[in-house]
Design a protein around this ligand. Structure first.
Ligand SMILES: Nc1ncnc2c1ncn2[C@@H]1O[C@H](COP(=O)(O)OP(=O)(O)OP(=O)(O)O)[C@@H](O)[C@H]1O
Ligand SMILES: [Mg+2]
Length: 362
């Protein structure tokens, strides 16, 4: 039979493709998992854990690694995991810690951060357990909140001799003020981009977990690997797997074919681009638009000249913008020769029309 019956499906378990899903074993992150576990281990043995920063580009498994390790030590520590984009102030972060220590939120009438913080320390002493505070997407905290939180937590350690481990997760370099920087010396664990073979392994694992055996044609799978490697975004690959599964089902096919992938690719890429673009301010968008409007080779000097005519900015700022666009995997930058000197060439990672459409919609 080549056709699916109405109640048949290609999915063994569709939740495997949810953004929140974390597989039991994280392949290609063994080194990072081990390093984080080693840093936290002292907390479980009455000595101080090593504060840690998990650093690397988007979709490199930082959150997944963190949550996997935290799950393992859950019984031995009081763990506060905070998504900073949802709790942007010191007050909210301390409320979350309070809630984890006491099992209920701080009083509604509101108490000062200082008071809340005393209570947290007293609660910890009573329970005699280490506190682990993990701040995911740390750079999304409001200005100064990051410094304030870190400084307070580190002081708690001194004043109350409490065992505290701080884990920060970030895609950008963190800059702390002098006071905080002087007392916070974290170990850094780096999460590099996955290469094409690693992407293939990870997507294959998802397929085994999420689809019934043999439902995806080899060329369809290879195309998804290729498209994912081009954007270096695993999330995009996982999304493409799910959407092409749904597309194959829609046409009642028992197999996911290349045409299903092609069918969902453009729409999917636009959704993904729109998300990256939403993290850009207007100058950054303008630079991106210029880069994708020009035909042929693009070198950074030309872009700077055009951009400067439209928005007034110095070279340092321009340089930062280019770095950010590269970090978000919207462009690549390579050094090349130009005449007698050297120049930075910008390479577009996406189809020009696709990007310009996404920019117009965003
Ligand atoms: N080694 C891996 N094995 C299996 N799945 C992975 C692996 N690494 C990442 N993923 C999957 O890729 C997606 C992105 O991973 P994750 O959220 O951990 O990345 P991140 O580094 O925290 O990204 P961001 O900086 O954007 O928050 C998730 O769906 C996750 O399950
Ligand atoms: Mg994350």
């Amino acid at each position: 039979m080549n056709f699916l019956w109405r109640d048949e499906t290609l999915f063994r378990d569709e939740s495997v493709f949810d953004p929140e899903y974390i597989p039991e074993t994280l392949i290609h992150r063994e080194r990072q998992m081990m390093a984080l576990a080693m840093n936290l281990r002292p907390a479980l043995r009455n000595s101080s854990p090593i504060h840690t920063i998990l650093f690397g580009p988007p979709a490199t498994g930082k959150t997944s690694t963190l949550r996997t390790i935290l799950r393992e030590i859950d019984d031995h520590a009081i763990i506060t995991y905070v998504r900073c984009p949802l709790a942007r102030t010191s007050y909210r972060v301390f409320s979350r810690i309070f809630e984890r220590v006491y099992g209920y939120p701080p009083p509604h009438t509101g108490i000062s951060i200082a008071r809340m913080y005393e209570l947290i320390c007293e609660g910890l002493l009573e329970r005699n357990k280490p506190l682990i505070v993990a701040l995911d997407d740390f750079n999304f905290l409001e200005r100064d909140a990051g410094n304030e939180i870190l400084y307070a937590l580190l002081k708690a350690h001194e004043e109350y001799s409490i065992r505290i481990g701080i884990i920060l997760v970030t895609t950008e370099r963190i800059e702390l003020d002098e006071k905080t920087g002087a007392v916070f010396h974290p170990d850094e664990i780096y999460f590099p981009l996955y290469d094409e073979d690693e992407i293939r392994d990870i997507l294959l694992q998802r397929i085994r977990l999420g689809f019934y055996d043999g439902v995806i044609a080899d060329e369809a799978f290879e195309r998804i690997v290729e498209l994912t490697a081009r954007t270096s975004d695993l999330r995009f690959g996982i999304y493409l797997l799910r959407m092409s599964g749904i597309e194959a089902e829609r046409r009642a096919s028992r197999r996911i074919e290349l045409r299903d992938v092609e069918m969902v690719y453009e729409g999917g890429a636009r959704v993904f681009l729109a998300k990256s673009i939403s993290a850009l301010n207007s100058d950054e968008r303008e630079a991106l638009k210029i880069i994708y409007s020009i035909e042929g080779d693009v070198n950074s000097g030309d872009i700077y000249r055009i951009l400067k005519a439209e928005v007034n900015m110095g070279y340092t700022r321009f340089y930062e913008i280019i770095n950010k666009l590269e970090r978000l995997r919207l462009i690549d930058v390579v050094m090349g020769k130009k005449g007698r000197g050297r120049t930075r060439y910008i390479i577009r990672r996406y189809d020009r029309e696709l990007m310009l459409k996404a920019l117009m919609e965003g």
